[in-house]
Design a protein around this ligand. Structure first.
Ligand code: GCU
Length: 681
């Protein structure tokens, strides 16, 4: 007994030494949430070691990925290696079972009498089940008597990279592109595999590698071979590769200045008219060529007739004509077209920009081929801090819709501000469109539960770059993580996601977990109050979408004067409200029932309008402008409280970010306060 105690004592000291040692030698953030820390709770450690004594693999397509991950995780967390065993003896058994309800990616984890089983109907389920098991251990959960069934609610869960072939990233704030095009396909950066591991661990199963403002060159043979090399790695983690396609790619000359800038056409034709048989053939041949190199290629993402990109309207054809032509080329191979609804340039459609996308697409509802999905941003404007849900959700009944969320914080403080996006995404998913009566939420539409559709999909515009920690701000990793978890199941509990991320990224110390959660939760609401209060819209400079730019936005995007502030989009104004179904239309139309977070999107509200708190809009508005500074100061203090639980390197990095945020937030505040005081007299 004494010997045992002594041995255990040494083990604890050793473990602690290892922990401290690890911190001292630097935790850069590279590991993301796959930051496997030694388990220090001796009881849990013993129990995990018992469960992980030996493993029976199921001979699945993902065995190598599963084994590699367990090798790293068990070694770092428990100090043991993977030992294989026969089915009958193994303490962890992986099993393929015929259970249709688990689909191709779902899994069931159960344990009894000290043995644990991961069952799946499709091979990928074992991969996801393994990551779930590891997460349970990272979060310090007991493995006794578990009974967990998970099936993804959305089929295609994609990241969209706005990465250019030059290596720059549109709206990227964490360095250069992860894809080293000049080195590929010969040199494979080990980081590609780590990227795939991170994504697989949160259920992401697709990646669009290049910017929606796509260069035609991306479809060149030379580049397709590079793409194929990436696809070979990602495939091992159940991740499909997709490409953004330039609609004018079949042309030998670029058709727009934008395309010319990006390298011009790759084809031989003089037109990209989707009704031209030669153009149709060109795309069929291109699809054949791609699938020959990448047999499981996912399909195309297309930004057409938007912000200078070419599209079918250049030939007096419709969005449906364009999308269906591409869909026909991909169909024999099982590929899909993700056609974006982010269009607003044609002012003749409607003087109010927010109304244009709905008006352009609604007439084509039901006219798209069954392998087309309309990829639609959450709001009608453009990834602003606070927007209503774009009424295409609920407005189109015969066309599948793919929500597009932005993980990169283009209008949300980029990689300087700590802004946790889950509260915003929660509002989006919970919004009731009423399209099939009460309860027709965006989450249900995204899950394909409201309308009949063949497949479902969701996209998040990535915030990754080649910075050591991937996202520059360590806390921005949380938004990537949370996107994946919500893409798997949009109804996943916010608190659960947040705590999982904190525990697997930072620490399992329960006091520290609480403090970090407290830091994250109010950040979005504060940011909105300070930078785009009550859904006001554009407030930043067009050049950077970051610094205060009120002068260039006022009277274009919204109005302000001594009487009030906002935009009148009621039935008496631009009538945007009428794109919503009842009762939303009436709720938004009436200033007293309009939700306050959207007050200035729908109303030109008088300064003396009384808010729910009893305060006037004027005082709430001006008080709100200070909120980011206040939360920042509070976060600086909260962060100092967790110092002992955090490795010094990342601790200091976060301080540096918080300090920069403090400076920039003050500057923004001063400009906002002075501008609105002057404007409101
Ligand atoms: C925003 C963003 C652009 C991007 C566009 C899009 O306007 O600022 O950089 O290209 O959205 O989503 O297509």
């Amino acid at each position: 007994m004494r010997n045992f105690l002594r041995f255990n004592g040494i083990a604890v000291v050793l473990t602690l030494f290892l922990c401290i040692g690890q911190s001292a030698y630097g935790d850069t953030g590279y590991e993301l949430w796959l930051n496997y820390k030694p388990v220090t709770d001796q009881k849990l450690l013993q129990s995990y070691m018992d469960y992980c004594k030996n493993i029976h693999f199921a001979d699945s397509r993902y065995d190598k990925a599963i084994r590699d991950e367990l090798d790293i995780a068990l070694d770092k967390m428990l100090g043991v290696s993977v030992v294989e065993a026969d089915k009958g003896e193994a303490s962890i058994r992986m099993k393929i079972v015929r259970q249709k309800k688990l689909g191709q990616e779902g899994y069931h984890i159960s344990s009894r009498d000290g043995r644990l089983t991961i069952e799946a109907n499709g091979d990928a389920g074992l991969l996801y089940g393994t990551y779930h098991l590891i997460r349970l251990m990272q979060c310090g959960e007991s493995l006794d008597d578990v009974d967990i069934t998970e099936v993804p609610k959305i089929d295609f869960r994609d990241l969209n990279h706005w990465d250019n072939l030059s290596g720059s990233i549109e709206r990227g704030y964490a360095g250069r592109s992860l894809w080293k095009w000049d080195e590929l396909p010969d040199k494979i950066d080990p980081r590609y595999r780590d990227y795939a591991r991170a994504n697989a661990s949160i259920g992401i199963n697709g990646t669009v590698l290049n910017n929606v403002n796509a260069s035609s060159k991306m479809l060149d043979r030379e580049y397709l071979e590079k793409v194929a090399a990436l696809a070979d790695i990602f495939r091992e983690y159940n991740i499909k590769v997709y490409l953004s396609a330039n609609f004018a790619a079949p042309m030998k000359m670029s058709s727009t200045p934008n395309d010319a800038k990006r390298g011009g056409g790759v084809g031989q034709l003089d037109t990209a008219d989707p009704m031209d048989p030669e153009v149709q053939q060109w795309w069929k041949d291109k699809a054949d060529e791609i699938y020959e190199l990448i047999p499981d290629f996912g399909g195309f993402l297309v930004k057409a007739n938007s912000e200078g990109m070419p599209g079918p309207q250049d030939y007096k054809r419709t969005h449906a004509d364009g999308a269906n032509m591409l869909a026909k080329a991909l169909k024999p191979h099982g590929g899909i077209v993700m056609w974006r609804t982010f269009v607003y340039n044609d002012t003749s459609v409607d003087p109010d920009r927010v109304k244009r996308a709905y008006k352009e697409f609604k007439p084509f509802d039901g006219q798209f081929d069954d392998n087309v999905i309309l990829q639609t941003k959450n709001g009608p404007l453009d990834f602003h801090p606070s927007e209503p849900v774009l009424p295409i959700f609920g407005g189109m009944e015969h066309t599948p819709l793919q929500p597009e969320l932005q993980i990169t914080q283009e209008y949300l403080g980029q990689s300087t501000y700590l802004v946790y996006l889950v509260p915003m995404w929660r509002k989006f998913f919970d919004f009731d469109t009423w399209c099939k009566g009460e309860g027709s939420t965006v989450a249900k539409i995204a899950e394909g539960k409201v309308f009949k559709q063949k497949f479902t999909a969701i996209a998040g515009v990535a915030n990754t770059g080649d910075d050591e920690n991937w996202t520059r701000h360590h806390f921005a990793q949380a938004n990537w993580y949370a996107f994946g978890r919500l893409a798997w199941d949009p109804m996943t509990d916010t608190e659960q996601i947040t705590r999982e991320w904190i525990k697997s990224t930072w620490t399992t110390d329960s006091a520290a977990v609480k403090v970090i959660e407290e830091m994250m939760m109010p950040t979005w609401e504060c940011f909105v109050a300070s930078q785009s209060p009550y859904g006001l819209g554009f407030t930043t400079r067009p050049q950077d979408h970051y610094t205060a730019g009120f002068k260039s936005r006022v009277n274009k995007e919204w109005k302000v004067n001594a009487t009030g502030i906002g935009s009148d989009r009621t039935t008496a104004g631009t009538d945007y409200v009428s794109q919503y179904l009842e009762p939303n239309r009436s709720i938004f139309n009436n200033i007293d029932s309009c939700p306050e977070y959207l007050l200035l999107t729908f109303h030109f509200a008088p300064w003396d309008h009384v808010m729910k708190s009893g305060a006037t809009l004027r005082s709430a508005f001006f008080d709100g402008l200070k909120k980011t500074m206040q939360v920042n100061a509070r976060n600086r203090e909260l962060w100092s409280r967790v110092k002992s639980a955090i490795d010094p390197e990342r601790y200091e990095d976060v301080i540096e970010r918080l300090d920069k945020e403090a400076r920039d937030a003050r500057k923004f505040y001063e400009e906002a306060d002075s501008f609105f005081r002057e404007a409101s007299k």
